[in-house]
Design a binder for this molecule. Structure first.
Ligand code: G4P
Length: 542
């Protein structure tokens, strides 16, 4: 007997939602995010030899001029997406830039994931950027799995690393495995869940999966093979099994507890078991907050939001791609959806799936998936697309800029292209632009979350719009929108370490060099409000 059509469609949606795992890797530069990404692809069978993805992206980069900057710096600036299947799960890995100076892009990507993998360098532990990214995950209550990498090198004691996670991040750390041997003597891990030892062997250039042997523990044969290392290992395992905190799934899902795995992405030790555990532990897409209450991913009504816009990804086409995270319902090519901001219906033509920098057209997608839409100026970050016109998502939070600089053009004749480029880049959310209120100074002031964004702006203006620019860094570190009686604001004698500017909408913005100076200005001007961008936008919307 066949099921009624609606029932089977609902079942299919449920099945597809349940097998989705959408995550990002958070780490400090050099902890091994790129290496682990590649090795996860190797273990999932998405690439057959480690190195293949890089080789392919290098090939593509050669075609693309804005990626020259990435090549020159050896870093990935733009977020890309990888999708692969593993043991029935469909995994979406959203890449986040790994450089110290990062942009709002990184933060926005974390709005689109359901879990995160925190990669730590076993010798360094928690580093500054790990903390910053962790804070965003915590704010959103994203569950985090921890992979302590580089165990093939001399590093800190595992107890010390667990302790640091608990102390600095305030998250309970529960080891799921335990390293056997240190540095060059690192041979494998003890798996707490299955109570067995996993030994790995290196392969030539670490390009293939590391052969693994499994042994029971404790076991007299192992005492012989491990020699001196056996006693301490047995002791540590006994200690952790006896006194260790047990895994609590609810606390993990709330972001209060992290399962910890030790391994080496370079030598592939522990990567396979980690991927197994990840697909079991990481949650499928969950409910999302909308202005109309919670929506479930299995709701029939389609919904999604745009979390990233990228122009000129493919210089051959010079198009713009909007990245849509699907939150509920089934996405179909050519479907008509309601565009909340524009208040009209649009057709979802030419949806793409991306694999690194490759793209292909897709016919359908499900919650957790990210769809690339070729964007003829229709979308901006935070746009909601739904089949139910009454639905809107909460706005994506902005992150306050901390770096400011005067942008100068060396080529006056290219004024038009310069303006066009600036408008485009601001629309993409690459940076914000402020101007002098009375236009005494012609140069716009760039406001960015990280200094690297200045390089991105200069490089893209030159490569995509043919305009050479330079940035003169300003000493300011904070921006506040000032709201109050215009005459009062004008009459204030502002300290010399401040600058008064306006944003694209003509709203007054003030830059300050320090928190102290800001606090002083707030105290001295009780009738003026000093607001963050979100606060001023909320105030304008009311
Ligand atoms: P990132 O994306 O987090 O910035 O880190 P990435 O993977 O690029 O790794 C940074 C460096 O650390 C690379 O070395 C990489 O080979 C090394 N690495 C990654 N995982 C491991 C590991 O498990 N063990 C050891 N010993 N090293 C690891 P590099 O010299 O900068 O680059 P390369 O020449 O090796 O590519």
């Amino acid at each position: 007997m066949s099921l009624p059509v609606e029932k089977s469609a609902a079942d299919e949606l449920r099945r597809e939602v349940l097998r989705r795992r959408t995550f990002a890797i958070i780490s400090h530069p050099d902890a091994g995010k790129t290496t682990l990404t590649e090795k996860l692809l190797l273990y999932a069978g998405a690439v057959h030899l480690a190195g293949a993805v890089q080789a392919r992206s290098t090939q593509r980069q050669a075609k693309s001029d804005w990626m020259e900057l990435e090549q020159a710096r050896g870093i990935s600036i733009t977020s890309t997406m990888l999708q692969f299947d593993y043991q029935g799960a469909r995994v979406n890995l959203l890449d986040t830039p790994g450089h110290q100076d990062f942009s709002e892009d990184t933060y926005r990507t974390l709005m689109a994931v359901d879990s995160a993998v925190m990669v730590l360098d076993g010798a360094k532990g928690i580093e500054p950027q790990t903390k910053k990214l962790f804070a965003v995950c915590r704010k959103r209550g994203i569950p985090i799995l921890t992979f302590i990498n580089k165990m093939d090198q001399p590093g800190r004691h595992p107890f010390d690393l667990l302790d640091e996670i608990e102390r600095t991040l305030g998250m309970t750390a529960v080891p799921f495995n335990w390293p056997i041997g240190e540095g060059s003597g690192f041979q494998g891990v003890y798996d707490f869940q299955h109570r067995q030892v996993l030994f790995f062997q290196r392969t030539a250039h670490n390009q293939r999966r590391a052969p693994m042997t499994v042994e029971a523990f404790p076991n007299p044969k192992l005492a012989e093979t491990l020699g001196e290392a056996y006693g301490p290992l047995q002791e540590e395992i006994g200690l952790l099994t006896g006194a260790g905190t047990s895994f609590d799934r609810d606390r993990f899902l709330a972001g209060e507890l992290t399962p910890v795995f030790f391994g080496s992405a370079l030598t592939n030790f522990g990567v396979g078991p980690f991927l197994d555990a990840f697909t079991k532990l990481a949650p499928p897409p969950g409910p999302r907050q909308t202005a109309q209450g919670l929506i479930q991913p299995t709701d029939e009504a389609f919904s999604g939001f745009v979390f990233k816009i990228q122009a000129n990804m493919d210089p051959q086409h010079r198009d713009r791609m909007a990245f849509l995270r699907i939150c509920s319902g089934r996405f179909e090519k050519d479907m008509m959806v309601h565009h909340a901001r524009l208040g009209r219906k649009i057709r979802m033509t030419r949806p793409h799936r991306l694999f690194g920098r490759d793209r292909e057209t897709i016919d359908e997608a499900y919650p957790g998936d990210v769809v690339g839409l070729v964007n003829p100026g229709l979308f901006t970050i935070g746009d909601t697309l739904t089949s139910d016109p009454a639905l809107t998502f909460d706005p994506i939070p902005h992150f306050p800029p901390e770096c400011f600089g005067l942008l100068r053009t060396q080529d006056i004749s290219k004024h038009k292209q310069f303006q066009k480029g600036l408008k485009q880049l601001e629309e993409e959310g690459v940076m914000q632009i402020f101007y002098s209120p009375d236009h005494v100074r012609r140069e716009p002031v760039l406001a960015a979350v990280g200094e690297l964004q200045f390089d991105v702006v200069m490089s893209r203006l030159e490569n995509e719009y043919g305009v050479k620019t330079s940035v003169e860094r300003l000493p300011h570190a904070l921006a506040r929108w000032i709201v109050g009686n215009p005459a009062t604001i004008l009459a204030v004698y502002w300290p010399s370490d401040t600058i008064r500017l306006v944003d694209q909408q003509g709203r007054g913005v003030m830059l300050f060099t320090t928190e102290h100076l800001l606090a002083y200005c707030i105290k001295s001007n009780p009738s003026i409000k000093f607001l963050l961008r979100e606060e001023v936008e909320q105030a304008t919307a009311q």
